[in-house]
Structures are given as structure tokens and as C-alpha cells.
Design a protein around this ligand. Structure first.
Ligand SMILES: Cc1cn([C@H]2C[C@H](O)[C@@H](COP(=O)(O)OP(=O)(O)OP(=O)(O)O)O2)c(=O)[nH]c1=O
Length: 215
């Protein structure tokens, strides 16, 4: 087990009964999402969406719409593989100063993202899509968590970049990595920052029949 899995935010995660008898499928290759679902006690299989299911960042996109759209597209891609499945798609981005900050392309990109976030308040949005193939119904939305990044010194930045903990993570940081320069402000969800809003997922599953839209 990695140290990421031992963080308190992975404990006591809420879980709901599924709204249909379909098998639960996580349409994501993110190890964090799998860990969150597993820690909450869900039984599921992992079947990541194809890389081309996601659309890239276009100018004018805002993070809530962008993350919800990509969560939908990932779920749609995977739902097409099943006769019966309750598919969860998700997409996480940081949002600062009107810019969407996704996963860094390389270390230079990670550095420029972190220099932008340093000392600033910003948001993390996770788009979530729950798709019932059998019912032909879907819920798609975006959940926001507000964070404050303290000013990071050059030495802290260098240590973080050298550690490679930025890799594959939106905003070039892992909240779960326990950096003391990152704080959630307000009552936002930590699991949302790490890739799946577990509290909202529980509500979506509980209310699925009444809130899901027909496809
Ligand atoms: C902000 C933040 C993001 N992340 C991760 C969650 C996601 O894995 C990743 C954002 O990339 P995503 O494109 O949302 O997901 P992914 O590429 O990892 O997986 P898939 O497309 O198959 O669903 O950043 C953290 O682990 N910690 C954090 O604090």
C-alpha cells in the first residue's frame, strides 16, 4: 500500500447502495479514483476510457463545463462497451485566474503551473458522470472545491518538481501527498480534489431515479 492510501481523507468515505442491479464500472485509469471507490467499499471493475474520448482545452472553456463534458465523454465511451453497466466517468482540473490547469505535459509545464498557483486561491473542479446503460439515463455535473496555495519558495518548488509527485495530476500537485502549502478553504470535499467527489457520488446514487436525465 502506498502512503497516499493511508491518508485520513481515505478513511470514512461515504457509500450508497447502487440504484440498479448493473455492475459498477469505473471509466478511469486514475489510481486515485480507484482507491477512493475501494476505500468507500464499492465493488467495481476498472475500464478506462480511450485517450481520444477526452477533448482538449479550448480558449473560452470554463472549468465546470469543461470537466463535466469530459466526464460525460469518458462515461459515454465506456458505456458503449456494455449491455448493462453503471458507469462512472470523472475529470479533474484546477481553475485559476480564468485558466484551466490540467495535467502538466512535462516538468517545465509543471513549474509554470505551480508558479501561477503559488500564493493564490484557486478552485479544483471534478466533473462526474453516472451513466446507467440499462435505464438509458445519466447524471452529469461538476463539483467545486476551493483551495489556497501558500507562497512556495524556490527550494520547495525544486523539491516538489524533483519528486515527480506532480506527474499525472491536474494543477501539478497531489492534495493527498500532504503538502503543508495546500489548504482547502471552506467546507469543500477533499476527495473531490483527489479525483472523485465521494459525498456527491453518494447523493447521486441515492437520488439517481429522480435526478437522472434520459439520454
Ligand atoms: C488536483 C489533484 C488531481 N489529482 C489527479 C486526479 C486525476 O487522476 C488527475 C486529473 O486527470 P484526469 O484527466 O481527470 O484523469 P486521469 O487522466 O488520471 O484518468 P482518466 O482520464 O482515465 O479518468 O489528477 C490528484 O491525484 N490529486 C490532486 O490534488
Amino acid at each position: 500500500m502506498s502512503s497516499e492510501n493511508e491518508l485520513p481523507l481515505m478513511n470514512g468515505l461515504p457509500r450508497a447502495d447502487l440504484p440498479t442491479d448493473e455492475p459498477l464500472v469505473l471509466a478511469s485509469g486514475s489510481p486515485r479514483r480507484a482507491e477512493l471507490l475501494k476505500s468507500a467499499g464499492y465493488q467495481f471493475r476498472i475500464d478506462p476510457a480511450s485517450d481520444n474520448a477526452e477533448c482538449g482545452i479550448c480558449s473560452g472553456d470554463a472549468a465546470p463545463e469543461f470537466s463535466a463534458r469530459n466526464a460525460f465523454r469518458k462515461a459515454e465511451d465506456v458505456a458503449g462497451r456494455y449491455e448493462s453497466a453503471l458507469v462512472i466517468g470523472a475529470d479533474t482540473v484546477a481553475w485559476c485566474n480564468g485558466q484551466i490547469l490540467g495535467k502538466p505535459r512535462d516538468v517545465d509545464h509543471a513549474e509554470s503551473i505551480l508558479r501561477m498557483l503559488s500564493g493564490r486561491s484557486h478552485d479544483v473542479y471534478t466533473g462526474i458522470c453516472v451513466w446507467s446503460v440499462k435505464l438509458g439515463k445519466v447524471v452529469v455535473e461538476a463539483v467545486r472545491t476551493e483551495l489556497q496555495m501558500l507562497a512556495i519558495s524556490d527550494a520547495m518548488l525544486e523539491e516538489h518538481l524533483d519528486s515527480m509527485r506532480w506527474e499525472g495530476k491536474a494543477g501539478a500537485f497531489g492534495f493527498q501527498d500532504g503538502n503543508d502549502w495546500l489548504k482547502i478553504t471552506g467546507d469543500g470535499s477533499a476527495s473531490n480534489v483527489v479525483g472523485l467527489p465521494m459525498e456527491r457520488l453518494k447523493e447521486i446514487l441515492e437520488k439517481f431515479d429522480s435526478i437522472a436525465d434520459p439520454l
